[in-house]
Design a protein around this ligand. Structure first.
Ligand SMILES: *Cc1c(COP(=O)(O)O)cnc(C)c1O
Length: 363
């Protein structure tokens, strides 16, 4: 077996012990005589999987009792529509911060549905090289919620602060940073995340929603998108993404076994520091993101020469450092160093970067 270091932004690496555990149970789960993939979602074996998974997730994230946890389908992108449809009735309007492509999509989706939404801050004019800082007064007083994307996967930025929204529920897309460090859930009304970055294979989307926010859904909305219905049915209004939820449970188990999110944060900080310290110590590569907005999960850099960038990604790939090419919309390089990326992977990357810079002097 020859596993590579996979720097993909998503779907991305899963912890090896998780894959091995899944492999060992793939054909026959416990005494069930069948694979988790073949199980009824209403069977006792599966009900235990989803219940244990949720309990572990709650423990890891220290989720207060007045929040529901939902395991849904459709990816984070489906929540771009679900968020306004479930919440906007609170007051009839909502505010957004646009700090990258996904928050832009979330904003556009709400607009497309015909809602009164306002972008109160954007870093678009600066190529999204930082996260806008907003004050309480910038939010419309009667906004139903403020939507943010906590970690901007494509540009490699992250909110360095949790916006103070007062009584206005804060809604955060945490697809690419969930479980990377402890977070105070009580500061948020809703947190959602597609799983395929830091939590599980693609197929499941987690929504954490404060109970009092379940009462504002549109009368005319698809049942599948209604959080209240999903909460009342324990995420089993229809067949849930059973296998992805099972994989998420194995990831939660692994996180608990290493010491939870405090320990995960330490490891992630150490990896990010190694890479950013190197970037700051030289001038061959340029890291476009403003320091205070740097992401711990997605690290972007360029050589300043598109041909060299291309050469970098292809030679890195040949050296077993995969998927370092930046997002198709921004170019350059991006190293996604999620939970499952070991420290050694980042050490190898930095060594490769040094070597590449030596071997490819700029004109
Ligand atoms: C990947 C990503 C999305 C899109 O997720 P899907 O599950 O593919 O819909 C949305 N938001 C963020 C922050 C992401 O990283």
């Amino acid at each position: 077996m020859n596993r590579v270091y996979n720097f993909s932004a998503g779907p991305s690496m899963l912890p090896l012990p998780v894959l091995e555990k899944a492999a060992s149970e793939l054909v026959c789960y416990g005494n069930s005589g069948m694979s988790v993939m073949e199980m009824s979602h209403r069977s006792p074996d599966y009900e235990a999987i989803i219940a244990d998974g949720e309990a572990m997730f709650r423990r890891l994230m220290n989720i207060p009792d007045n929040y529901k946890v939902l395991f849904l389908q459709g990816g984070a992108s489906t929540q771009f529509a679900a968020v306004p449809m479930n919440l906007i009735k609170r007051t009839g309007k909502a505010d957004y911060i646009v700090s990258g492509q996904f928050s832009g999509k979330a904003y556009k989706e709400a607009q497309k549905l015909g809602y009164d939404v306002k972008c109160i801050a954007s870093s678009k004019d600066d190529n999204f090289d930082h996260v806008p800082v907003i004050k309480r007064e910038d939010i419309r007083e009667d906004a139903a919620y403020l939507h943010i994307c906590f970690n901007n996967t494509i540009y490699g930025t992250k909110f360095p602060y949790i916006p103070d929204t007062g009584d206005i529920p804060l809604v955060a897309d945490m697809s690419s940073c969930i479980l990377s460090e402890p977070i105070d859930v009580s500061k948020f009304g809703v947190i959602y995340a597609g799983a395929q970055k830091n939590m599980a294979p693609a197929g499941v989307t987690v929504v954490i929603v404060r109970e009092d926010l379940l009462d504002y859904s549109e009368e005319k909305m698809p049942t599948m998108l209604e959080w209240k219905t999903q909460a009342e049915n324990g995420s089993m209004y229809n067949t849930p993404p059973c296998y992805s939820i099972y994989m998420a449970k194995l990831v939660y188990e692994w996180l608990l076994s290493i010491g939870g999110l405090e320990e995960m944060k330490k490891r992630n900080e150490k990896k990010a520091k190694l890479l950013y310290d190197y970037l700051d110590s030289q001038n061959y590569y340029i890291a476009p993101v403003k320091k205070e907005s740097r992401s711990m999960m997605n690290v972007t850099f360029v050589t300043g020469d598109a041909d060299l960038d291309k050469k970098f990604a292809s030679e890195a790939s040949a050296a077993g450092l995969k998927n370092l090419k930046g997002h198709r919309s921004v170019g350059g390089m991006r190293a996604s160093i999620y939970n499952a990326m070991p420290y050694e992977g980042v050490e190898k990357l930095v060594a490769f970067m040094k070597e590449f810079a030596e071997n490819n002097p700029k004109a």
